[in-house]
Design a protein around this ligand. Structure first.
Ligand SMILES: Nc1ncnc2c1ncn2[C@@H]1O[C@H](COP(=O)(O)OP(=O)(O)O)[C@@H](O)[C@H]1O
Ligand SMILES: [Mg+2]
Length: 235
């Protein structure tokens, strides 16, 4: 059995840049970002609205392609992604949680959670068992037959977390996961992401402008106008 050296970063970005063409001009999403994240970190990425947080997370998730620079995530080269099965990467390597939950309204909780596994051709019975286990852990077992419209915001976000975990992703990306939640539910979601990091050794990146996740972070990163800034210089 071969073992990966623990020094290998799970995220490696070098001069990573995403420029959005807009009319005759262009808008900088992120510019010249250099970032290495080791497995097992919980990174809190902070910056004002429009600073580039979602742009960076979309690139890490394989939802968008860089304009230039290098990016590799869990050994997958995303700067040269025509060689990569991006659908498989998005489904099995990363788990993404969004501010707006992004659940399918016509599917119930159990079906929403199971979908990424079924799309990845996983065994249906095993998937059901795993989904129920996740829902149990997230306090949602009695909600499994409900549709998203019948849930509170906190329950929707916990459903989205279960969905993000169903394929055992190496990396969990959360883009403003508490942005639509009250502080109690926001704290619950952040606590769960913290448990995933500490108890289950998952690498987690949380983009946020709230302070809820600060105490759980193993690493703080600041972004401003598309560029990472040194947090120690940022009074
Ligand atoms: N699809 C897009 N087309 C054009 N500009 C975009 C697009 N997405 C983001 N931007 C711009 O890129 C910059 C960074 O945006 P974003 O990554 O969404 O920031 P944040 O998530 O920190 O609010 C902003 O100036 C934003 O307007
Ligand atoms: Mg954003």
């Amino acid at each position: 059995m071969s073992s990966t050296p623990s020094t290998e970063p799970i995220i490696h970005a070098a001069n990573l840049t995403r420029i959005y063409p807009l009319g005759d001009g262009s808008v900088v999403g992120i510019s010249q970002v250099n970032l290495d994240v080791a497995p097992g970190e919980l990174v809190v990425l902070k910056g004002n609205s429009g600073s580039g947080k979602s742009t960076l997370l979309s690139l890490l998730a394989g939802l968008d392609r860089p304009t230039s620079g290098d990016l590799s995530v869990a050994g997958n080269n995303l700067s040269n992604s025509h060689r990569l099965d991006l659908t498989r990467f998005r489904r099995e390597v990363v788990g993404m949680v969004f501010q707006s939950f992004n659940l399918l309204p016509t599917l119930n909780v159990l079906e929403n959670v199971s979908l990424p596994a079924l799309l990845a051709d996983k065994d249906a019975e095993a998937t059901r068992g795993k989904a129920l286990e996740l829902l149990d852990w997230l306090g949602l077992k009695n909600r499994r037959d409900h549709h998203p419209g019948q849930l509170s915001g906190g329950e929707m976000q916990r459903t989205a977390i279960a969905r993000a975990l169903i394929n055992d992703p190496a990396l969990i990306l959360a883009d403003e996961p508490t942005g639509n939640l009250d502080s109690r539910n926001g704290m619950m979601v952040i606590d769960l992401l913290g448990q995933l990091n500490r108890a289950f050794k998952r690498t987690v990146v949380i983009a946020t402008h709230s302070d809820l996740a600060d105490s759980l972070a193993t690493r703080h990163i600041r972004i401003r106008d598309g560029a990472l800034t040194d947090p120690s210089c940022d009074g």
